[in-house]
Design a protein around this ligand. Structure first.
Ligand SMILES: Nc1ncnc2c1ncn2[C@@H]1O[C@H](COP(=O)(O)OP(=O)(O)OP(=O)(O)O)[C@@H](O)[C@H]1O
Length: 268
């Protein structure tokens, strides 16, 4: 298995550059070094998975890239410019879909498009339809959110995140709360959508197979303090089947490395 350096390979330009980022959280009871001198470069159009045990700083790193959390040291560059806060070039999708329950599926995607004031309402409607079709929910566009399954809600959240056409999509365990069958379907969908849109994606997970199924590279993090332990390149052809033996072979080797980062359990 190729173990890539902490920088993006090939000739594609770096979309994101994380330079020496450290973050400490201090409360009355204790102090946690959530990230310690983390550096990573993500190429344009690359799918990078941040993998690691609970508490190794995956979400903190994603939030720093999103501009939702400020690092104590270091910086993040997006398209060469320092990240100072949230921006419509970097949208985040969380584990809980955080949809507006008073709007239907279409209304939620339209809401995401309010980030684009230059569009006419007619254009917004066309784009919302297009993205609901892309995630397979064209026939559910006027369904109230509470009538949708967990997987369907995450599809709406995905359409809402993609519709404003962000350069970078930051996904924090977006399928973590779903059942295995729904997740398997979404792995196929996200691979298809990524293949068509070629977004730059940073995807947080603690599930090894999920990371191998989706990532061009897997960045394995270790806790206390949060650091990059190892980076794995995954040269498997796409689309990848999460249940294939080739994928399982990669997953078992990475799971062994994950176990080495902690005494805890690896989720395969
Ligand atoms: N706002 C905060 N205040 C205090 N401590 C925090 C805060 N956010 C994160 N931490 C701590 O920083 C460490 C890293 O947390 P983070 O959520 O980034 O880890 P993670 O790898 O995403 O974990 P998980 O997989 O469980 O979501 C943890 O020890 C956590 O308790």
């Amino acid at each position: 298995m190729e173990t890539a350096p902490h920088t993006s390979s090939g000739i594609r330009p770096a979309k994101l550059v994380i330079e020496g980022v450290s973050k400490r959280f201090t409360s009355q009871r204790n102090m946690v070094q959530a990230l310690d001198n983390v550096s990573l470069s993500v190429a344009e159009g690359e799918f990078v998975c941040l993998l690691g045990p609970s508490g190794c700083g995956k979400s903190t790193l994603l939030n720093i890239v999103a501009g939702l959390t400020r690092p104590d040291r270091g910086r993040v560059l997006a398209d060469g410019r320092p990240v100072e806060g949230p921006g419509q070039d970097r949208l985040v999708m969380f584990q809980e879909s955080a949809l507006f329950p008073w709007l239907d599926a279409f209304g939620n995607v339209m809401f995401g498009l309010k980030l684009k004031p230059d569009l006419t309402n007619r254009e917004r409607r066309r784009i919302a339809d297009e993205y609901l079709d892309l995630v397979g929910l064209g026939t559910f566009k006027h369904a109230p959110i509470h009538e949708l399954s967990g997987g369907m809600k995450q599809r709406v959240a995905l359409a809402r995140a993609l519709a404003p056409d962000p350069h970078v999509l930051l996904m924090d365990e977006p399928f973590g709360a779903l059942d295995a069958m729904t997740r398997d379907q979404l792995y196929d969908d996200i691979q298809r959508i990524w293949g068509e849109s070629r977004k730059t994606i940073v995807f947080v997970t603690h599930n090894v197979r999920e990371a191998v199924c989706l990532g061009d590279r897997i960045v394995l993090m270790s806790p206390s303090p949060g650091r990059i332990a190892q980076v794995f390149g995954i040269p498997l052809p796409r689309p990848r089947d999460i249940n294939s033996p080739e994928l399982a072979s990669y997953a078992s080797r990475i799971a062994a490395a994950l176990k080495g980062t902690t005494n805890g359990a690896a989720s395969e």
